[in-house]
Design a protein around this ligand. Sequence first.
Ligand code: GRF
Length: 210
Amino acid sequence: MKKIRIAVFASGTGTNFQTISNNIDKGEITAEIGVVISNNKDSGALKFASEKGFRTEHISKKQFSGFDEMSGRILEILEKESIDLIVLAGYMKLLHSKIVKHFENRIMNIHPALLPSFGGKGFYGERVHKAVLETGAKVTGVTVHFVNEVYDQGPIILQECVPVMDDDDHHSLASRVLKVEHSLFSKAIHLFQRGFLSVDGRKVSIKKVD
Ligand code: GRF
């Protein structure tokens, strides 16, 4: 079975990334991490990646003359590492459209709510969970989707519901959602690696599930 090469982009703690890496180690995903890229040199994600001996790249706009040049450098790294799939695991920056085009239907993002609700510009981190609580919704969830050029609107791969409890605050809700993120992201990557995902417009069909 073909081992896919993954590039992970992460800005923060990186618990999603760590879970994916652990699941690769356990043999649950047939893949290898080619590079871990972060805009944040102090991120937990980069720290974990260096401890594991992965290639790490701290790439931030300040190091370049502009977004185009920075994105050119990112693309160069991805090509050099023969990356099959980009995984956005809590990456807080936009990807340039030339990267999105180059990796069409090969970039996955995880969103801590059920898209298309509570998504789009401004909906990130705790803001998502606060917005869910403000509406009084009884259910939220997790979405894994392919990335296209419109923020949070790419084809949806998998979704799972998470209940909202009466006594939740955004911390308790975020931690219940995060647990589901960890399992759902690996499932989606596994499906991709097996070649089970096919995309038609905004729809993703899952050909077969183990
Ligand atoms: C997750 O909630 C993810 O949905 C969002 O950013 C958070 C990243 O968490 N995009 P972690 O860094 O993987 O722990």
